[in-house]
Design a protein around this ligand. Structure first.
Ligand code: ZN
Length: 322
């Protein structure tokens, strides 16, 4: 399904079968000389067929197209290897390229999850179904690195890269100051909340995320084009809702710790989640994993703020209120 948003700027809605996100938005800017395609979809036939049909409908020639990928999650990056042609430039960010080059495998994440209380025996089977593992790109083409402030010119649009880590370590949005448009990837979403997870003690992704919400809040924007679901016509209101959401969640985490020290898995089990399950035990494993990552992100933020501290519990990491 394609839709023209502004002259020469289109949305291709690419379905994500059996995924609560439902679909991913690819944006295409049709240029006289070269076109730009923003984000791709999971590396699975349903996505490939949909995006191929979309570009055909829009009469965009892949041989004369370049690509911009907002961040390395597979629902955005997955198909770039299939779609890019010889001579296509693929714009990406340095932190996530480094991350992919130094990827230590899922075991490193399993260890980290286990230290945070996630039952280790469940991890192997959970990752069988992880979309990041199942639908990852088979080939990553050569990548051109964009830094904060760099510009991309296509079809009469001049986009500026806005570095916005938080949802992922190197996330980039594109801002078009003249048209007052923000292509926001998964940094700002409309009716769903971007997932903020932490899988390393070296990072404080929730802090980065909140700082970078403030960063894009300063941009004069009339329309946000997000990576999932519908367009957002009141960006300031939505950004403020997202900030309020995380501050509520931080308080919820502190309330859980009022009951005594707990590791992230236990904290996650006591937080409230917008998911169709009667109890934590009924959560699909993958949702437990995402919830635990989200609980860690909130605990790390509170730790850096001096509101909680670690309390070693054998080999596990528990947290307690200061
Ligand atoms: Zn996404």
């Amino acid at each position: 399904m394609t839709e023209e948003i502004r002259k020469g700027l289109f949305r291709i809605e690419v379905p994500l079968p059996n995924n609560p996100l439902r679909s991913v938005n690819c944006y295409a800017i049709r240029g006289g000389d070269r076109s730009l395609i923003i984000d791709t979809g999971l590396n699975r036939p349903e996505c490939l067929q949909s995006i191929r049909q979309g570009v055909r409908e829009l009469e965009i020639d892949l041989a004369k197209s370049d690509f911009f990928i907002t961040h390395f999650h597979t629902d955005h990056l997955g198909l770039v290897g299939e779609l890019a042609r010889e001579g296509s430039r693929v714009y990406f960010n340095q932190p996530e390229l480094d991350w992919m080059m130094n990827w230590g495998g899922w075991e490193v994440m399993f260890d980290y999850g286990a230290r945070n209380g996630f039952p280790r025996d469940q991890l192997q089977s959970a990752f069988h179904n992880h979309p990041g593992a199942r639908f990852a790109p088979t080939r990553i083409p050569e990548l051109q690195i964009l830094s904060d402030g760099d510009q991309l010119r296509f079809g009469g649009y001049t986009f500026r890269a806005v570095s916005t880590p938080g949802h992922s370590p190197g996330h980039i949005c594109l801002y078009e100051p003249e048209r007052k448009l923000l292509i926001s990837g998964d940094h700002v979403l409309g009716d769903i909340t971007p997932n903020i997870q932490c899988w390393s003690d070296e990072h404080n992704p929730l802090q980065s995320y909140l700082d970078n919400l403030d960063k894009v809040r300063l941009l004069e924007t009339e329309l946000v084009l997000p990576g999932h679901r519908g367009l957002i016509s009141d960006p300031i209101k939505r950004i403020d809702e997202l900030k309020a959401h995380h501050h509520r969640r931080l308080n919820e985490v502190l309330d859980v710790l009022d009951g005594g020290p707990a590791h992230a898995y236990r904290v996650a089990s006591r937080m409230s989640w917008d998911i169709e399950a009667d109890s934590w035990d009924d959560f699909p494993l993958m949702q437990k994993w995402f919830a635990t990552g989200e609980a860690i992100a909130h605990l790390r933020y509170l730790e850096e703020k001096g509101a909680v501290r670690r309390k070693p519990e054998g080999t596990d990491t528990a947290y307690e209120r200061m």
